[in-house]
Design a protein around this ligand. Sequence first.
Ligand SMILES: Cc1cc2nc3c(=O)[nH]c(=O)nc-3n(C[C@H](O)[C@H](O)[C@H](O)COP(=O)(O)OP(=O)(O)OC[C@H]3O[C@@H](n4cnc5c(N)ncnc54)[C@H](O)[C@@H]3O)c2cc1C
Length: 538
Amino acid sequence: MSTDPKQILILGGGFGGVYTARYLEKLLRPEEAPITLINRENYWVYQPMLPEVISGSIGLTNVVSPIRRLCPRTNLIMREVEDIDLKNQIVTISPGFRPRHLQLKYDHLVIALGSITDFHGMPGMIENAMPFRTLADAMVLRNHLIHVLEEADVEENPELRRQLLTFVVGGGGFSGVEVMAELNDFVRSVKRNYLRLRNQPHRCVIVQAADRILPEMSEALAIFAQRILRQRGVEIILNDRLKAATSERAILQSGTEIPCKTLISTVPSALPPIVQKLDCPRERGKLGVNTGLELKDYEGRVWALGDCAAIKTAAGTIVPPTAQHAIREASTAAINIAAAVRGGKRAEFGFEGLGTLGSLGHGAAVAQIFGVKVSGLLAWLLWRCIYLMKMPGLHRKVRIATDWLLYLLFAPELAQTKVAFESGIRNQHFEPGDIIFEQGDLGNSVYVIEEGECEALREQDGEWKLLATLSRGEYFGEMALLSNQTRNATVRVRTATDVLIIPKADFNKLRHSVPAFGEVFSELAEQRAMAGSLGARH
Ligand SMILES: Cc1cc2nc3c(=O)[nH]c(=O)nc-3n(C[C@H](O)[C@H](O)[C@H](O)COP(=O)(O)OP(=O)(O)OC[C@H]3O[C@@H](n4cnc5c(N)ncnc54)[C@H](O)[C@@H]3O)c2cc1C
């Protein structure tokens, strides 16, 4: 029998993964089993407080904690997990600076890779809807909000200004409600800094598929939350869901369309792709585990927990995907892994939950703790105390408490933390009737139709003339770019269309470094100029 120490590999550095490592560090001596944790970031995110990053009531880096400090005895690899070979007990990790994969063999594996927001089958959502799970998501959303407010302040067109001041959140569970509450508070309080927006109304809409928000809570508390949000100007659309999106609007299942430039969606949840492709039993679409949290068919070797696993307590209760459960699941998994390494008593998962808490923005929350329902200011204070206590590390607690105090005393921070210019080749979805660009616009991109049909129209003396019908594989928009003129035609979408957008900077780079690419467009521009269609205006 081999006396080599057993290798423990933990995939994911969220609540499930980090807490498993912390418990294992207490249960096992270093020489008994080295612990390795793989996560794409070198920090752990305290997701329940993430929505507060939007308003800046908590500083960006105060909602995260470095994994190396949380788990000092664990070897952290900050890379992407690319493949899990359960049969051969090998995990493949993405290349780093050196373009080579890393393969790690394990004796015991913990899968705690969480879940993702999956927009597949919802046209235009990938391009236009923002998910809200990671620190990067929170940062992108905060920057975006400041951007649309800046734009709304200079916009003359009242329709476009209304669109810029409309904010839609898909999903009325905890995360959707907390995101909207923070967003609404932020926009309300900073509007006074924009001279032309002070008296402009803004519109906040939550779209929820069920007949009430917060399905995680009792009906009475959910109704209370709905009332508070509505009092604060949030519209709640029930029994409807997001179906599609364009850069101009959110489209709901019922056919309702909401013109907006900000669409956030916290639903629907799905397993991360590498977990989806695992060859093992599933339950309710997640990884099937027993009450010891061992992956079915791989007992004693693989454990799965957190949002990616379908967990039931020993009493048969279905466990919801929450942080408080993930922490307790980590304790059960760690006890059972330690037992597999050195023998000893095993544990079954039996945590039934202490309660639920949800913030509704400044000064209001809903809570249900040990069966007692609390709402309003008291629940909000309770929410803050409980979540602050749960944040590991004294100095993080002090930083958050200081942030909260400063937020009470001063106006919210309004500086945008711009880290990169939005550019790059990207996809975009358009619905019938949408205008891709208008005659007279500046030429800032070239378009390639991937799917669908568009028509190029020119307005002359009040009459619209059809210049061409464009379909899959055809390009347009090159002439205004090549000649530095404004568009001399409008392109309108005829059937649902997906295009590839090549921004001017990328188009010019490609044209100069790949001459054949440039020639295709130059020839096309010449032909179109001769035919008098889609040409630039001189
Ligand atoms: C906005 C928001 C608010 C929430 N509020 C609350 C709340 O108030 N109370 C509550 O109890 N719960 C709340 N939750 C839910 C709670 O945060 C989750 O249930 C919990 O984080 C699940 O833990 P996990 O370890 O399964 O997944 P996560 O915490 O999501 O961790 C998964 C980790 O795996 C990493 N990962 C994924 N794929 C890969 C890969 N291929 N390679 C490398 N790393 C990878 C991710 O980067 C991440 O670090 C909230 C969630 C959100 C999004």
